[in-house]
Design a protein around this ligand. Sequence first.
Ligand code: PHE
Length: 347
Amino acid sequence: MKDRIEKLRSEAEAYLIADQESLEQFRILYLSKKGLIPALFDGFRELPADEKKEIGFLLNSLKQFATDRYNSSKESLSSAEAATTGRDLSMPSVPFGMGSRHPISIVRREIIDIFSRIGFTVSEGPEIEDDNHVFSMLNFAKDHPARDMQDTFYIEKISGEESDPHDVLLRTHTSSVQVRVMESQNPPIRTISPGRVFRNEAVSARAHCIFHQIEGLYVAENVSFADLKQVLLYFARELFGKDVSIRLRPSFFPFTEPSAEMDVSCNLCGGRGCNVCKGTGWLELLGCGMVDPNVLEACGIDSVKYSGYAFGMGIERAAMLKYRVNDLRLYFENDVRFLSQFRTEIV
Ligand code: PHE
């Protein structure tokens, strides 16, 4: 038995393992269930007790030797293979990071969610519009400066006139969607319209030629300014936190009368005044007002029976206040170092 073990050991030592195939043959010959080493273990059981200790030790070390040889040959073969193919097949794969939502999408979804909870639906409309839906039906005077080439991107000028209801242009606000809703639906209407808008402005930290808006519209019987104010307070508190206060300053828009701009109390200093709110304690967030009866009539809605309120805000503006990122350009550059900082539970 002892001789047999020694002979097997020197054979296993000399066995030529040159590739995967000979490695597998080595395993079958010595280590597999029906291999030479397990066969020796079968014979071991019949040995007299006084020989078992010594032979048992020799047998175990033979088995260990063959197993080690098998494992080390396997490893060196796979790294040799890597060297010839140029690939290390045992290397972990390249990790790829989780994506994250764009901050504008996060805030847009959040705002939609806040208004959905109180019954607002979402309406969308075309980005390429006509003068009628962007300006005329919204009570913009013929010579209103917003129609000027300086502000509006025109795609097609129908006539040489200052403005024509059929002029084709990129919408400068999503109020145009609300016109389309009022044209095609009867009150009560309660909707918000998120979307991209375009204005011919030089790109800087504070202005961009493309940005996003969400505008809201409620038209029904007996809608009052108090309703508007309460909904805006609810909205501001949902978006910025329960301690936020709002204030309304008189303003002007062609399509609302009366009109106001809404500020929220500065969520950095709590209203005491800091450099973000320029010492005022307030941050400007949106424009709003009661829908001008001329607009209702232009859309075929009886302005004696119905009244309504509207409001509109820039999503970038809301995101700036929420995240304190004060350079608008960052929202458009899609630098992953910027984008990966925004995480949200809302999917
Ligand atoms: N449409 C306005 C804008 O783009 C915002 C607004 C909407 C103001 C509704 C009042 C009412 O600035």
